[in-house]
Write a protein that binds this ligand. Sequence first.
Ligand code: GLA
Length: 394
Amino acid sequence: MNASDTPKGRATAAFEETYGGEPTALVRAPGRVNMIGEHTDYNDGFVLPMAIELDAFVALTPRDDGVVRIHAVDLDEEGAFDVASVRSRDARGDASARPGGWLEYGRGVAWALQADGLTLRGFDATLASDVPVGAGLSSSAAVELALAAAFGVSSRLPWDATAMARRMQRAENLWVGVQTGIMDQLVVARGVEGHALLIDCRDLHTRPVPLPSGVAVVILDTSTRRSLVGSAYDDRRRACEAAAALLGVTALRDVDEAHLERGRADLDDVTYRRARHVVRENARTLAAAEAMAAGDARALGAAMDESHASLRDDFEVSSSALDAIVAAARAAPGCLGARMTGAGFGGCAVALIEERDVAEAIGRIERTYREETGHHARVYVSRAAAGAGPVTLP
Ligand code: GLA
């Protein structure tokens, strides 16, 4: 493979061209795919994501001052700021799609680290990523954690992965202005090779669970994106909070099916169905983690199928493209289960497919999906990768 085909190769090659020397450090952070546990993180619930083999890379050389220069190689844009300029500012969300908006990720990361009392030194850097943007694979969390790791190197910060994930969630929520839960940043920071992470989003305890052998995780990008996903996401969060308040609990995590049924009369139909998804999805996620740990790929696949139906019918965050690609996956040879993954409305599905059938299954899924929708799927087969951190330079 040509070096310019990989984000690692692009970041290191561009470093020399931009700054005229070799970088002294290279850091990376992966994207993620969620196996199961969708729209549960902001309900203090359970999720089971894994870090994937698509990454954001930052090549850097620390500076003696607070200046951060970043060359975003994939966009061919450069930007700079001084960490002092964001030190005492209130957070604000303005990483809208305007040119140079990507630099707000850098500012937001510097803001969140300093807001937590860390002292920063700047760096000269190049940034390149192959995590597709807007696909539901956490391209922003990958960039945030890669930049956090870059500050980790330049400023000799202690690397506490969970603390870093929390800070990067604050950067995303309060600076970039997107109200996500903790799942993405935490698995991107803490991912373990060969394992998914069962995360308790209330106390942030993580338990690595080995992926069953003989099956592949196949990520199916519908190539559709929906721009209103932010407002629909906020709407779902509000419905969950309303349901929790009406049921007399802090978060839907504290509700089981019996409790939900007792309180049903107090909820309108939509709020009830939103809550039912979360309550059942939490139970399904715990069961799926047990199935995974026991190597029971069939039970895991069945839970994924049920999760999709619940997201489609009760939580209503699927889309015709997602439903079509999930149906195409289920009809393919060796498929044990498939579901939409991430926030929904577009982006990716994830399927569990017997390793021996993967090549044929992918061909069939691509064909069926194209015939049904006219869209071209992008397909990634990924093992579970390690979380963010430094990479040894050659
Ligand atoms: C997005 C958010 C996550 C999570 C999922 C839905 O990916 O960033 O925090 O809420 O949606 O499960």
